[in-house]
Design a binder for this molecule. Sequence first.
Ligand SMILES: NC(=O)c1ccc[n+]([C@@H]2O[C@H](COP(=O)([O-])OP(=O)(O)OC[C@H]3O[C@@H](n4cnc5c(N)ncnc54)[C@H](OP(=O)(O)O)[C@@H]3O)[C@@H](O)[C@H]2O)c1
Length: 259
Amino acid sequence: MEIKNVGFIGGGRITQILIEGMIRSEGLNVPIVVSDTNQAALDALKTRFHDITVHLNDNAAPSKCDCVFLALHPPAIGGVLPEISSFLMPQAIFVSLAPKFTIAKLAQGLNGYSRIARIIPNAPSIIGYGFNPIAFSETLSESDRQSLHSILHPLGEFPETPENLLEAYAIVTAMGPTYFWFQWSELKALAMEFGLSEREANIGISKMLGGAMETMFSSGLTEARMLDLIPLKPIGEDEPSIRGILKSKLTALYDKLKK
Ligand SMILES: NC(=O)c1ccc[n+]([C@@H]2O[C@H](COP(=O)([O-])OP(=O)(O)OC[C@H]3O[C@@H](n4cnc5c(N)ncnc54)[C@H](OP(=O)(O)O)[C@@H]3O)[C@@H](O)[C@H]2O)c1
């Protein structure tokens, strides 16, 4: 099936990320229809992407598209599914971007509609560097999966994964940047206070991060050896509390998503 139009129910951050990623690469030349209950969110989208069509408080129009993305937080989803189920076309593909709501629960809310995929996207999709694990319902054929891939591929990677791992990916790869970006930003500010130009700070920090990642994930060094390579650790005494924060907050959120 050729996807001739794309709908988004919810016009917030992830919708902006996906539309911008698709448009930046000129990978999406089909009409885009977005609904939201928040006028400000629609105004922000429309300012950025002039050609899209937006609908306030009306999820019907995006629900009638060939590919329908559900871009809502889990608490808003239960009430929306029955409302939109009658608009879904028999050959459409329904794609949830949310954690927690399984394919089985989505199908139940949609009165048995089962042409469903779930994706846990991440923000680097905005520049085509996304890591976006995907799970499909059995109802979607190989050709449906290819059709979906044809509009999504500009956003980055879409590794197929067992559905029950999607919440783990939500914590690790979708929210992952939030654990690091603010620290890199602080390091950059300090680098500039210490006399590096912005360009020097950007290059130094990004090269350091690239090398540190290679050392951790591709060098074959044991973790103990890697952690012992640098004897002076200026924030080493805070490490146990930082590890504790990660463990307690992320475990609590994971448990909530899996409940
Ligand atoms: N942002 C990411 O990087 C990311 C990554 C992976 C997955 N996701 C998932 O994507 C989903 C949306 O996240 P987001 O980051 O886009 O959140 P967001 O920025 O808060 O956007 C959600 C939008 O949906 C609107 N909305 C609420 N109820 C609605 C309804 N019944 N019909 C239509 N629109 C409605 C909200 O309006 P109000 O603000 O007025 O409520 C808001 O504008 C979540 O399930 C999230 O877990 C996000």
